[in-house]
Ligand binder design. Structure first.
Ligand SMILES: Cc1cc2nc3c(=O)[nH]c(=O)nc-3n(C[C@H](O)[C@H](O)[C@H](O)COP(=O)(O)OP(=O)(O)OC[C@H]3O[C@@H](n4cnc5c(N)ncnc54)[C@H](O)[C@@H]3O)c2cc1C
Length: 436
């Protein structure tokens, strides 16, 4: 176990993460290499009276760590069982590693848009995946979790050993312990049929109408989304997209795509058309999410419907003419995500049909939030809730945003918290206001 204190060589590197808009400043950093290190870290923090935060990649950082930060990136083990179709994944593993190792066996995890995201943090938050409509949330595929709880003990948590904690950890999105490893189910998907089509924003109305139609008729084998973003005029961006505001329709299907579906989109005239067969190891290319650290702020609403009026409003509020640059992302939910898994978990709002997300660079958080709130206000009549996993940057405690959990889920999570985390040992999003 390596430890770092403020001023030590290596301290700044150890606390750095993908989200640069949240500055951790812990008194002590524990660079954990094993479950035993995590046990020792939790016991040390208890003895020092330090609140504990955990970081794998920093994609989801929201609250600056102040007492102890446990970093897990050295816990990098992955073990695939191709017969049982499972993977044991340690705390610091990014999806890219699981994707690659599973693909060697014709299997895939329920990973999301960005392979750089941490597998454990993503899964604990629910995990809205590329193939979510076909297979459900990532949290629905968790078989077991090894967790160091606030009392400093390592527990093997399953549906039978700790039913309430197992329920809460899978999709509850609360820090109730440090997961040192998880066992997850994999799905037999060697190739994904799909990719992305980019359109100039002048076609926004047509593209959004086609996307809406698509989501009205899509089979569960197809998971889609549409993004809207202004791309910089830099070499890293394909020439035909450089400096343009574009819409990006992403498709991920477990069966070949209907030709009529593609024809409908292609008739609009994409600038770039990258739809075909995507080997499982390359699914990160479907979204092409940014992979460099930066500062961003954003939130979301879960929708019960996607009416044309809302699709008319979004490009006006968060499109090319918005006062701050915005990245909009509308993902189609439903399908298997609407059904609880065999062993129910804490993923709330399964009735949501879509998620509407808005993000911006965190250059001016207040200005960005003002624009985002206008979008969310337009969505309020159709909102059923909000997903904790898609809240980015300093916590936004605006009471007009939809709740992160329905009352029944919130009450059960509070009960589990009382049982395992009564002394508030771990630093959570709820602490944002006292720590900032
Ligand atoms: C570019 C990008 C793309 C994304 N795409 C998707 C997507 O497609 N679908 C989706 O559902 N989400 C997506 N997310 C959200 C992502 O799932 C969350 O931000 C998630 O929390 C990131 O986990 P992490 O470990 O990488 O980040 P970190 O910032 O390291 O961790 C975030 C939080 O996860 C928890 N956590 C991490 N490790 C542990 C552990 N070992 N034990 C207990 N708690 C832990 C902690 O609460 C921690 O504060 C995306 C985020 C980004 C920035």
């Amino acid at each position: 176990m390596q430890t770092f204190f403020a001023g030590d060589v290596g301290y700044d590197t150890e606390i750095a993460g993908f989200q640069t808009g949240v500055a951790h400043r812990p008194e002590m950093v524990v660079a954990a290499s094993s479950a035993d290190d995590v046990v020792e870290a939790v016991r040390t923090a208890r003895a020092r009276g330090s609140r504990i935060a955990v970081q794998a990649t920093g994609h989801g950082a929201r609250v600056p760590a102040v007492g102890m930060l446990v970093t897990t990136r050295r816990m990098s083990g992955v073990r695939i069982d191709p017969v049982a179709r499972t993977a044991r994944v340690e705390a610091g593993v990014r999806w890219s590693v699981v994707i690659e190792q599973a693909a060697a066996h014709g299997l895939a995890p329920l990973a999301g848009s960005s392979p750089g995201v941490g597998a454990v943090g993503y899964t604990l938050g629910g995990g809205v995946g590329l193939l979510g409509r076909t297979f459900g949330y990532a949290a629905d595929h968790v078989r077991a979790l090894d967790v160091v709880t606030a009392d400093g003990n390592l527990r093997h948590v399953t549906a039978t050993s700790h039913p309430d904690l197992f329920w809460a950890l899978r999709g509850g999105g609360e820090l109730l312990g440090i997961v040192t490893a998880m066992e997850i189910g994999l799905v037999p998907v060697p190739v994904v049929y799909g990719g992305g089509l980019h359109f100039d924003a002048v076609h926004a109305a047509e593209v959004l109408a086609a996307f809406r139609e698509l989501t009205e008729t899509a089979q569960e084998t197809l998971t889609t989304s549409v993004g809207m973003v202004g791309l910089p005029p830099v070499d890293a961006v394909p020439e035909s997209l450089r400096g343009r505001h574009v819409l990006h329709v992403r498709l991920a299907s477990t069966v070949p795509l209907e030709p009529s579906l593609l024809a409908r989109l292609r008739a609009i005239g994409p600038l770039v058309d990258r739809v075909g067969e995507v080997p499982a190891a390359e699914v990160g290319s479907i979204y092409g999410d940014p992979d460099f650290p930066h500062a961003y702020v954003g939130d979301n609403v879960l929708l019960g419907e996607l009416p044309p009026e809302l699709l008319d409003a979004v490009p006006v509020l968060a499109g090319p003419a918005a006062p701050v640059p915005c990245v909009v992302d509308i993902r189609h939910l439903g399908g298997a995500m609407a059904r609880p898994p065999e062993t129910p978990n804490a993923v709330p709002y399964r009735e949501a049909t879509h998620i509407l997300r808005v993000l911006s660079p965190a250059a001016d958080v207040d200005a960005a939030r003002a624009v985002h709130h206008e979008v969310f206000a337009a969505a309020t009549p159709y909102a059923v809730g909000r997903a904790a996993t898609f809240g980015y940057g300093p916590v936004d405690d605006d009471p007009s945003l939809p709740a992160l959990r329905d009352p029944a889920t919130a009450a059960r999570l509070a009960q589990v918290r009382k049982e395992v985390e009564a002394e508030d040992v771990f630093l959570s999003v709820a602490d944002a206001n006292i720590c900032s």
